[in-house]
Ligand binder design. Structure first.
Ligand code: NAD
Length: 426
């Protein structure tokens, strides 16, 4: 039966939490009847903490920022999910990101529940010292939730290895012991894992490769467009290029670029390090932001923020496969348009699960104090990502579902089964 979109979702700018709730609605009819009574637990975060984060600025003034940490569902294990520093972070966005972590962790079968955190701040306007004070105060405020067996943060938009090092140090100081396993995505010298930096981008590539194999599309010579040139987008673009694909378009906050013979990524990285953005890069043509979405390509990788593929541009995309490096980049309305147009969408809950998979490896290495080689890590990551994608592909084929709904069937079933087995306390 054709799916109709509820009227409240046909407008644009639908929030990420509404997007997530709509995804749960779409999966409900396909779940095992025995699990349906538990589905309400997916619509409610287990706990949401809002904190005030006051810091002294370099000027001596005190500034207050709002921070969040949400545990969406802990049925399968401790909370796991990144921390985002962004001026538009809201509680409802963090709730959605935490919920997608619940589903994602179940899809790749890492033993975690879903969590996420964030601070409503533009980190580019803070000095390094202010950023450190902000991170440490936020960590202290959410300390009541954290712990290697309770809640383990990781990097997300505008946070990196240095921020993770400050979180690890602040938690360790409060505990009176060095606790490396409280956070992942740390520097190598503090118990970080080889391969973590590229893990999300590598996972994007592996799921894209498996999707392409299913439809007989070669990676060699394929045209790639990537939105976002950060942790995820830069690594995904580079790994596609290492496998013979051409990155023909890129977009980030500083602009949009096109070059049909393939953008020189090393040259662009060097340019960005000097110029602070794409502006003035001689190796590609600067194009308007809307034109980025119309560049003909085999793979389009949104790897920036939510709500980028919408009713406004979904009809104009000229991609064969969309691989969601970002969380929630496609609105429910756009999803239906892509489905009607026969554009395959590899959904976020599998496509970008490489980051949490290697975060899991990092946590296991920290706990056992035994570290693996990069080759071992990449090989295990490849196997887990390929198996997760192919498992979802089989469910989608067998039950005539989109890959997103199939991924939600697989992920939600695992979460709800754990929930049902644990039962209701007291
Ligand atoms: P990042 O901060 O390293 O990079 C973000 C990139 O997106 C930057 O290049 C920025 O310029 C660009 N960008 C931001 N807003 C934009 C906009 N409106 N238009 C165009 N470009 C824009 O962040 P990241 O860690 O790479 O995360 C990107 C996405 O991937 C997020 O949705 C995040 O939740 C998701 N994700 C990240 C990880 C991880 O390991 N870092 C894991 C899974 C999912």
């Amino acid at each position: 039966m054709a799916y109709t979109l509820p009227s409240y979702l046909s407008r644009e700018n639908v929030g990420p939490w509404e997007t997530y709730l709509e995804q749960v609605e779409r999966v409900a009819p396909h779940l095992d009847k025995a699990l349906v009574p538990w589905i309400e637990t997916l619509r409610r975060p287990k706990r949401s903490l809002i904190v005030d984060v006051p810091i002294k600025l370099d000027s001596g003034e005190v500034a207050h920022f709002e921070g969040y940490r949400v545990h969406h569902n802990l049925s399968r294990g401790p909370g796991k999910g990144g921390i985002r520093f962004h001026p538009e972070v809201t509680l409802s966005e963090v709730m959605a990101l935490a919920a997608w972590m619940t589903i994602k962790n179940a899809v790749v079968q890492v033993p975690y529940g879903g969590a996420k955190g964030g601070i409503r701040v533009d980190p580019k306007r803070l000095s390094l010292a202010e950023l450190e004070r902000l991170t440490r105060r936020y960590t202290s405020e959410i300390n009541i939730l954290l712990g290697p067996d309770r809640d383990i943060p990781a990097p997300d938009v505008n946070t990196n290895e240095q921020v993770m090092a400050w979180i690890m140090d602040t938690y360790s100081m409060n505990q009176g012991r060095t606790a490396t396993g409280v956070v992942t995505g740390k520097p190598l010298s503090l118990g970080g894992s080889l391969g973590r930096r590229d893990a999300t981008g590598r996972g994007v590539f592996v799921t894209a490769r498996e999707a392409a194999r299913r439809i007989g599309l070669p990676i060699e010579g394929a045209r790639i467009a990537v939105q976002g040139f950060g942790n995820v987008g830069e690594a995904a673009a580079r790994i596609f290029a290492e496998h013979g694909a051409k990155v023909v378009a890129l977009q980030d906050e500083s602009g949009s670029l096109q070059c049909d013979s393939g953008i020189d990524l090393a040259g662009l990285r060097a340019h960005c390090a000097q110029a602070g953005g794409f502006g003035g890069f001689a190796g590609a043509e600067a194009i308007p932001a809307e034109a980025f979405w119309r560049v003909p390509c085999d793979f389009l990788v949104p790897a920036a923020v939510e709500n980028q593929i919408t009713e406004a541009n979904a009809g104009a995309l000229r991609a064969r496969i969309v691989v969601e490096g970002a969380n929630g980049p496609t609105t429910p309305a756009a999803d239906l348009i892509l489905q009607e147009r026969g554009v395959m969408v590899v959904p976020d809950v599998v496509a970008n699960a490489g980051g949490v998979t290697v975060s899991y490896f990092e946590w296991v290495q920290d706990i056992s104090s035994f570290f693996w080689s990069e080759a071992e890590i990449n090989q295990r990551l490849d196997r887990i990502m390929a198996e997760a994608f192919n498992g979802i592909w089989e469910v989608a084929q067998a039950r005539s579902l989109t890959l997103r709904t199939a991924a939600f069937v697989v992920g939600c079933s695992r979460v709800l089964e754990a929930r049902a087995l644990r039962g209701l306390y007291p």
